[in-house]
Each structure stands twice: as C-alpha cells, then as structure tokens.
Write a new protein. Structure first.
Lengths: 385, 436
C-alpha cells in the first residue's frame, strides 16, 4: 500500500483494515475512501467497466467512452450505454466530440481506428508494437505512443515509437527511445514494459513529455522524463525517475510538468527554469490526473487540492477530470465512479492571436535559441498581465 | 703483466673491428646482385670511406630488414650527426610536418599497414603533434606517395639526402627541395627558378645567384625555419617571434645587398601578405556567415565527418578539398594555392607568381565566392527552393534563422556575450512588434 507510506505503521494498518472492511461490506460496488469528503463532494457509482480498461470524457464533459465487455458510450445523465464495437486498449475523443480514436492490439502489433458515434470505422491503419497512449493533437492529427520489444539471448531491444497519423495512409514513425536491456528486464511482463513508455501532450499541442527507458549495465534501470518539441524534434531531459513512475503530465499553461518519481514523491517542476516547485508525498505509480485549472490532482489514489491532501482512495484507482472541471471519474475494481462537487474556478484561455507568438517563443526555447529567462522576459512583454 | 693486458685488449679490439668489417663484407657479395644500386652508392659514399658498414645502420636482423621493419630513420643517423639532428629538430622540417596524427583505426576502409606512418611499432603514441585531415581522407597508397613522401622529412634524413649517397652535391641542389616545394600549393622552387636569383644562379652560378640553401640553410644549417616570420599556413608570427627572425633573414640578405634595400624588399612582402590576408579573411567570413544560417550545400552535418573535427565547419589549415561544399572548395583553392602563391611569390621576388598566379587569382576567388554566396542565399539552403520560399515568407522561421545564426556566431566567438544578448533582445522585440 504505497499510498499509506507516509503514515505511521499503526495508522497504516488501521487504514488498510478499514478499506478492506469497507470493500467487503460494499460488495465491491463502493469506492473506499479514507478521510472525510469535503462538504458538497459526492461519490456516485456510475457503471461497471473492465479492469484496467480505458475510459475518457468527451470534450463537452457529457458522455464517457468506456469499455465494459465492448467499447461503449455512456451517458451519466440517463445512466444509459450505447455499444460501439470491440474493446480497445486505449482511446481518445476527437476535439469535435463526434469521433473516437482507438487502438486494438493484434498480437505484437496494433490496429488504429477512427470511429464515428455509430461505431463505423472511418479510417484504419496498423502500427508496430503495443500502443500505450493515443491522443488527438488537433482535428487532423493523432499522436500514438507504441513500444516494441525484440528479444535476444542477451536481453532485448526496446523501442519507444511516436506515430503521427492524419487518419489517411500510414502513420509516420519517429523513434523516441531505443534501449538494449538486460535479460531480467526482457522477462518483465508486457504490462510492465508498456508502463515504461508514457507520453502527455502539452495543452498548446506543440510538445510532448515522455518517458525514456535506460538500462546502464552497472546500475538499476530507470526512466528519463524528456520534453520533445514536435516540430523541431528538440529534446530536453527534465528528470530521472524510477521505472515504476507512470510518467508526467503538463500544467494547464504548459509551462510546468507534474511527474511521479515512482519511489517516494511526485514533483511539480519547471523543466526550463530547472526548478522544483512543489512535491506531493505520492510516488506517481498510477497515471496522474490533473483538474483543468490544476487545483486538484489525483496521484496514486490520493486527491490533492491546492497542494494539500483532501481524501484518499485506493492507490490502484485511476482518474480523469471532466474537461469543464468540478467532476472526477475514478475507475476502481471494475467500477467507474463519479466524484462531483469539486469546486474550481474556470481557466482563462489564451486568445488565438497570442497563441501563434507564444508557440514561436516556445519553439525557440526548445531549440536552445533563447534561454528560459529570455523566454520569460519576452512572454511578459508580449502578454502583460 | 701490464704490457700483456694492453696487448690482449688491443688484440681483442682488432678482432672485434675485423668482425664488424666482415659484416659489411658479408652483405656485399649477395647485395651486389640483389640491390646493386644500393651497394654502388654506398661504396662511393663517405660512410664506406669511414667504414660505416651495412649493419651499423640497418642492424643485423635480416628478417626484419626484408620485411621493411628496419627503417633507417633519424634515430639511426642522429648519434653520429648530432648537430644536424639538433638543427633539424628545431626547424619546421623537424617540428611535426609528418602528416599523421588523428588515428584512422576507426575508418572502415583503413589499411593496418598505415599505422607506421604515425606510430613506432608497438606504440600508440603518435610520432608528432601535427594533425592532418587531408591525409586521413586518403587511401594508404595515396597517403604514402602523395603525403608522406614529403612529410616523412620529419623523421627521415633520406627524404633529402637519399638512402645511400652521401654526396652533398645532391642536397645543395635546389632540385632536392623541388620534390616537395613545387606545385600549386607552394611553388617556391618555380618562384626561385624564374626570379632574378634563379636566373643568375642558372647563368653565372652560385657566386651570382643564391640557391634555396643559401638563404634558408645558411652555412649548412639544417634549420630551414631560419629567418621565417610566418607559419606554414601564412599566418604572421607575433612580433616577439617575428622580429628576431627578420633580423636573421636581413643578416643573410645583407651578405649581398645593402641592408636598407633588403629591409624594404622584405617589408614590401609583409605588406602584400597583410593585404592578401584581408582578402582571405573576407572570404572566410562569408563562409562562416553562410554556415551560421545553415546555407552551405551540403552543411557539415549533411556530409561525411571531417576526420578531425567531425561535423564542425573547418576553414583553418585542416580544411579539405573533398566532401565539402562548392564554396568551401573555392576557399580551399584561395587559401592553399592563391594566398600562398601571392605571399611566397612576393618574398621570393617573383612578379608573375605574386600577381598573376597569386593576387589576381586571389581576387577572382573572392568574386567567385561572393557569387556563390549570393546563389546560396537566394536558394535558401541545402533543402532546395521550396524550403527557401517557406523560410522567408514565414516571419517566425526568419526569426528562428536569425537567432540560430546569432547563436552560431557567439558560440564560435565571432561576437561577445553582450553583443549576443543585445541582438537577441532586438530580434525578440521584433516578434512582439508584429512577427507571427
């Protein structure tokens, strides 16, 4: 129970027993909670889902794509589901909310599909390896992270690949990482190997932050958290973390990242200013969920508000905040729950005219043509608060 | 008793010296058939007269000699010719003209036999500190005949003296210098030959006109750098080094000429050198500017690595004439041939080499380089016209290009950190004012 690591032993044991008792009493249909939910915050069980299956809010925050035997579109308002087709391993909504991109494992490889709301396949392509993440970059482009493992007697060659796919023709591949690992890593379960490649797209769509597996012969394997500008290919290493880390996510303004070190804590970091901004006592072994304005963070089952822990859910649960804020989906033990009543001021969005110049500045910074302080000064001049 | 010991020692000495002589005699009958020229040359040499036999230089390991592993280099000659070796080592001939360093062991088509160009057998230490990118681009065969036949002068007396002759007539003849000091890069022999010095020498003899050796190896010195005021690449030495050297050369000239006349002649050479260097630097600046903007075609990162500097642009003495862009190839000719001919022509008092083969070519090179630079700028880089169009109609791309050029400049020390910060801020202000 890494979630409870920072509690004294007696409290840890008590909390575990409490969670166990609650789980037994609820007949697996209630989300165990340690702590008191803030006033107005309500947890509701929505529906059953497959364990470890993907789920995602649509952009309007009105429907949920989930997997319960098959891929389904669930409407929480009416508590009704519409089946869409076979179960994918990962999925993402298009910006228009009318299409879904999904990845379907086919042995060692994966089939990518774009579906409409009737479950019709509008486009299809193959990609090598297991797809670990799939995200729409724009209305016309999908980013797909995939991992391949070629095994040898002396270990394995593990490749992290970024595919860019417009939905037409073959996806274009870029190698993000290529690591020769020792035999004991080559024998890891597929899920554990897949866990070593995570990506997140910056809110401005210009960068990704991904994890790169390294396996130096005389040391323990680890991951590097790397930022990569998608147009220039310029990269910047932001941190080194344990292999249990579930990677990083971007802040709402795309200037900071939050990542788990996989060992003791999660960290808010300004990767360009190379400054640690805050830490949370959760190692970030499960994918981190951040609320739209970043007031809330769900890390390893712990819900934080303004940097302080609010309530503890089981460490293995995964979450997704609704795009409009205020609500959090949690998948735990074959059920999907809705945590509502999470108050958060809406985020100011940048004007489109500013966006182009901001993207230019960010690109220049990523290529090392301007320093972090040049960037900050220019940004302040361009966008006075 | 004492007498007996002396007699015994003398007898032993005679016996041993007889044994040594016998060694040379042992080789001769066979080698008179196998290598008749070598035997003939040795028999007429000062070495034979001094009873310096085969074994003294070649050793007694016949297998090693047959394999070509018993080279007679400076270490063999040095113990007997100490002053010559000392002078030679202090001179440019002895200071690392060997074209080795920069190991070829990782080159895919490298011939292991070429190790000996740079290393003593069994040693990983290079023989000299000199690096040569051009040498490292060549095949073993080309490296041997095209490079080291001249550059082996660093460690081989035979490079000038030949293998078995010892007649000083050979090395006192300018032809022995011409083997290397001719051709497009530094035609000192042709310059001398067609100068007044050469003409007088050819017609009247040594009393009328000096040879190479008269001025550069005075009184039989092996220090050929005597009186030289610039590097082999034509970069003037700092005053501290140049002034004493100039005094040395004036001393030589003054043996025939009025000192003031000699001073003026050499000062005129200095002026030509300075003027030519300005022209050369202008061309070099154009190339670096193109590189800063990524406009060379191909850029260093788009062509095979330079053997010594990898993907870095090179315009110093290590510049190549192959695997390079056209404009760099023009610069190679400008620097290695035309700049060298202009300044060396001036110092050797040869009007045609100074002007037509030198100065005129140098200036036409600059015209060519400027024209090629314009073409590259219009074209907008190695990625072709489509890329260029995109590059210059997109203000963000133009800004990026300008910042990249600026960064390249500060990284290679062409501008200061302060200038860089100022220019960068100016460019970023442009983005605020109206860029994308």
């Amino acid at each position: 129970m890494p979630i409870l690591n920072h509690y004294p032993l007696l409290q840890r044991v008590t909390a575990c027993i409490f969670i166990l008792v609650l789980t037994c009493l609820s007949g697996c249909a209630r989300l165990p909670v340690v702590g008191t939910l803030p006033a107005g915050v309500v947890v509701t069980r929505l529906t059953r889902v497959d364990p470890m299956s993907p789920f995602a809010w649509n952009p309007a925050g009105t429907k949920i794509a989930l997997v319960s035997g098959t891929l389904q579109i669930y409407d929480p308002a009416s508590d009704s589901s519409r089946p869409l087709g076979p179960a994918p391993s990962t999925l993402d909504w298009a910006f228009d909310g009318e299409h879904l991109a999904a990845a379907f494992p086919q042995g060692e490889d994966t089939t990518l599909r774009i579906l409409n709301m009737d479950g019709e396949v509008l486009s299809e392509a193959g990609s090598s390896g297991h797809v670990t993440k799939l995200v729409w970059r724009s209305a016309d482009e999908l980013l797909i992270a995939a991992i391949t493992a070629e095994k040898f007697s002396f270990g394995a060659n593990i490749k992290g690949i970024l595919y860019r796919w417009s939905g037409i023709g073959k996806p274009a591949a870029t190698i993000l990482s290529e690591t020769t690992v020792r035999p004991f890593i080559a024998k890891w379960p597929v899920k554990s190997l897949d866990h070593t490649l995570t990506i997140a797209l910056s809110p401005l769509g210009d960068e990704i932050v991904f994890s790169r597996l390294i396996d130096p012969p005389a040391f323990s394997p680890s991951l590097k958290i790397v930022l990569r500008h998608l147009e220039s290919g310029a990269e910047k290493e932001a941190a080194k973390v344990g292999v249990a880390s579930a990677g990083a996510v971007y802040s709402a303004d795309g200037e900071r990242i939050l990542y788990g070190d996989g060992i003791t804590a999660s960290h808010w970091r300004d990767p360009w200013g190379e400054r640690e901004l805050a830490t949370f006592p959760s190692p970030g072994r499960a994918a981190i969920a951040l609320s739209p304005a970043n007031r809330y963070a769900l890390i390893d089952g712990r819900l934080y508000r303004d940097g302080s822990e609010v309530v503890v859910f089981p460490a293995t649960c995964e979450g997704a905040f609704a795009p409009g804020g205020g609500r959090l989906l949690i998948r735990y033990d074959g059920n999907l729950y809705l945590v509502s009543g999470l108050h958060e001021a809406p985020l100011d969005s940048a004007l489109p005219v500013d966006r182009g110049r901001l993207l230019t500045l960010r690109k220049l910074r990523s290529e090392g043509l301007i320093s972090a302080s040049d960037y900050q000064a220019a940004k302040e001049r361009m966008f006075p608060q | 008793m004492k007498k007996r010991i002396i007699m015994l020692t003398l007898a032993l000495g005679v016996a041993l010296s007889g044994a040594c002589q016998a060694t040379a005699e042992e080789c001769i009958p066979c080698h008179r058939e196998k290598t008749p020229a070598a035997v003939r040359q040795w028999e007429g040499s000062a070495h034979a007269r001094a009873k310096v036999g085969c074994e003294k230089c070649h050793g007694s390991d016949h297998d090693k000699i047959v394999k070509g592993e018993a080279k007679v280099d400076m270490k063999v000659c040095g113990p007997c010719h100490q002053k010559a070796l000392r002078d030679h080592k202090a001179s440019r001939h002895g200071m690392g003209l060997h074209s080795g360093w920069g190991c070829t062991r990782n080159l895919s088509n490298r011939n292991p036999a070429e190790c000996r160009f740079c290393h003593e057998e069994g040693s990983t230490a290079p023989l000299s500190g000199v690096q040569c990118g051009r040498f490292l681009k060549q095949s073993s065969e080309m490296g041997e005949i095209g490079c080291n036949y001249c550059h082996s002068v660093e460690s081989s007396c035979a490079s000038c003296h030949t293998n078995h002759y010892t007649d000083l007539k050979i090395v006192r003849d300018p032809n022995s210098c011409a083997k290397c000091h001719m051709g497009p890069d530094h035609p000192q022999w042709e310059m001398w030959q067609t100068s007044l010095h050469g003409t007088l020498n050819a017609t009247i003899g040594i009393a009328g006109g000096p040879t190479c050796q008269t001025c550069h190896m005075p009184q039989g010195s092996h220090n050929v750098t005597f009186g030289i005021t610039m590097s082999s690449g034509g970069s003037p030495y700092p005053a501290k080094q140049a002034e004493p050297a100039r005094r040395e050369m004036l001393g030589i000239c003054s043996q025939c000429h009025a000192p003031e006349f000699a001073r003026k002649e050499l000062a005129r050479g200095d002026a030509v050198r300075s003027q030519s260097l300005v022209i050369l630097k202008e061309a070099e600046k154009i190339i670096w500017d193109l590189s800063d903007h990524g406009l060379l075609d191909p850029m260093p990162d788009q062509r095979p690595d330079h053997p010594l500097s990898g993907k870095q642009l090179v315009t110093d003495n290590q510049l190549l004439y192959e695997d390079t862009s056209h404009i760099e190839r023009l610069f190679f000719k400008m620097k290695k041939y035309d700049y060298a001919r202009t300044i060396k022509g001036a110092y050797h008092q040869n009007p045609a080499y100074t002007h037509w083969y030198g100065n005129a070519e140098l200036k036409m090179d600059l015209v060519d380089i400027k024209a090629e630079a314009s073409r590259l700028r219009e074209r907008g880089g190695a990625h072709g016209a489509a890329g260029a169009e995109k590059k210059y109609t997109d203000p963000a791309a133009a800004l990026e290009d300008a910042l990249r050029a600026l960064k390249n400049k500060v990284e290679r020390g062409a501008i200061s950190a302060e200038e860089y910060a100022k220019e960068k801020a100016k460019l970023l202000d442009g983005l605020k004012a109206g860029g994308k």
